[in-house]
Design a protein around this ligand. Structure first.
Ligand SMILES: [Zn+2]
Length: 258
């Protein structure tokens, strides 16, 4: 099943949902992991919402950086990325401290509230079971997501939210990105790949630390940007090659327990 064996995924291309919510640990994670899928669905009419769990305040290598300014800048970058993707939905920031995200009760409850308010048909999120993933916020974000999905659907979880007028909500599909085991792919067009790259390029504060890290700077800033674009295309083309050609993004799909 794992794509390293080159086996085709078990399923592909969900029916276009009416709404989708991507839950990301940091601003830019969504675009890096599922940007082309979001662009495809937005083109087809899906309302795309973003929930970003942390404030992104550690996303710099400059120890002199003004973290408050960085948080504000990254929120604006995330809103711009959503616009580039054609999202049309809400962009919500939970505001947990970057690097200090935990799947504790208060944070799970806050994510549960967001699910009951936004009421998405599909959720895209980090895989909490991904092996060898170093950043603790990513596994915590995945764990928070699955815990909140379970809580949101039943009235005796966080009943105070029900009493104040929110209704329970059951998600139809969960797509875990950067999956430990691939069992589903979304095929995307060249246009969707270009939109993913364009959305990533709105996160200019992250060019040095994330986007261009380990790319050969070569000569000009333009050449490293070109290399970034080539790298992004090749990542999605490689996934496409494993699963029937073209471009694709890989997931672990969960539906049966929802
Ligand atoms: Zn991240």
């Amino acid at each position: 099943m794992r794509s390293t064996h080159g086996a085709p995924a078990e399923s592909s291309n969900l029916p276009t949902p009416a709404s989708a919510l991507v839950i990301a640990a940091h601003p830019d994670d969504a675009e890096f992991q599922c940007g082309a899928t979001l662009a495809k669905w937005a083109r087809l009419g899906t309302k795309i919402h973003h929930l970003v769990l942390t404030d992104g305040s550690k996303g710099t290598w400059n120890p002199e950086a003004d973290q408050g300014a960085l948080v504000a800048r990254r929120q604006q970058e995330q809103r711009s990325a959503s616009e580039v993707l054609g999202g049309r939905g809400r962009v919500v920031f939970l505001g947990e401290v970057d690097g200090d995200l935990h799947a504790d009760d208060p944070t799970t409850k806050a994510v549960c509230r967001a699910l009951r308010e936004i009421r998405p048909e599909v959720i895209l999120a980090h895989d909490p079971w991904k092996r060898y993933r170093l950043h603790p916020d990513h596994s915590a974000a995945g764990e928070l997501t699955v815990n909140a999905i379970v809580a949101a659907r039943d009235p005796f979880f966080n009943p105070d939210q029900i009493q104040e007028g929110l209704e329970t909500h059951r998600v139809a599909s969960l797509l875990l990105f950067e999956p430990d085991e691939v069992n589903h792919v979304e095929s995307v067009s060249e246009t969707d790949v270009d939109l993913r790259v364009a959305a990533l390029e709105t996160h200019t504060s992250q060019f040095e630390t994330t986007h261009f890290h380990k790319l050969d700077p070569g000569g000009s800033a333009e050449s490293v940007l070109e290399e970034f674009r080539r790298q992004q295309r090749s990542v999605l083309a490689a996934a496409g090659d494993l699963h029937g050609g073209g471009f694709a993004e890989e997931y672990h799909l969960i539906q049966d327990q929802l």
